[in-house]
Design a protein around this ligand. Structure first.
Ligand code: GRF
Length: 215
């Protein structure tokens, strides 16, 4: 029932920390999903590693606690220690990367084992890294897509949670492909996270295995 999770008391809703570096459209999509009952979760804090990220303003407009933690002169461990302190301060249970443009190190990955997820705009393992839609389009793929995966210390390399494919039309440009993928990303991220929060699952090797649904 769509409204059920929205009615859950706050204590039973997973506390999410969202890490961004840019415009924050996936952040907004996750936020919408927490508000309309698709996602039994609440956004406890938004953290950006860039003070000029458009997503910061959009998060603040929605009343979400929003913190900028730039790397500056810190090394990776020092930067991540600050982020981790902020996540813990807000009681974060799950970390969602949403256009966060840094590879995570052990400080964060080991603090949230199997509790950090990312959305990537390609059918992994094809086209990891930056500008995946352009990489896919320039390669000439007929089928593109996006992936929600758990985050390990590699580049877009953790176990896959969900994928959604999209046919690339002959007329498509890289820009058009990215535009067509974006709403699919938004939907897939909420769906994948919902599954992780509401179903029983284990990670077997590279495989996320879902078993019985609750309720
Ligand atoms: C998305 O395409 C996402 O898949 C990738 O970075 C982009 C972020 O966009 N990881 P936004 O900041 O969520 O709008």
């Amino acid at each position: 029932v769509a409204s059920r999770s929205a009615e859950l008391p706050a204590s039973t809703r997973a506390r999410l920390g969202i890490l961004i570096s840019g415009r924050g459209s996936n952040l907004l999509a996750l936020h919408a999903a927490t508000r309309d009952g698709r996602l039994p979760a609440e956004i406890a804090v938004v953290i950006s590693n860039r003070k000029d990220a458009a997503g910061c303003e959009r998060a603040r407009e929605r009343g979400l606690p929003t913190v900028v933690i730039e790397k500056g002169a810190l090394d990776r461990a020092g930067h991540e220690a600050r982020i981790l302190a902020e996540l813990r301060l807000h009681g974060v249970e799950w970390v969602c990367l949403a256009g966060y443009m840094r590879i995570l190190g052990p400080t964060l990955v080991d603090a949230y084992p199997q509790r950090i997820v990312n959305i990537h705009p390609s059918l992994l393992p094809a086209f990891p890294g930056r500008d995946a839609q352009r990489q896919a389009w320039e390669y000439g793929v007929r089928i593109a897509g996006c992936t929600v995966h758990m985050v390990d210390r590699g580049l877009d390399s953790g176990p896959i949670v969900e994928q959604q494919a999209l046919e690339v039309s002959d007329a498509a440009s890289a820009k058009e492909l990215a535009e067509r993928l974006l709403p699919i990303e938004h939907e897939l991220y909420a769906t994948a996270l919902r599954r992780l929060l509401t179903e029983t699952w284990i990670v077997e090797g590279r495989r996320v295995v879902f078993s019985k649904k609750e309720g």
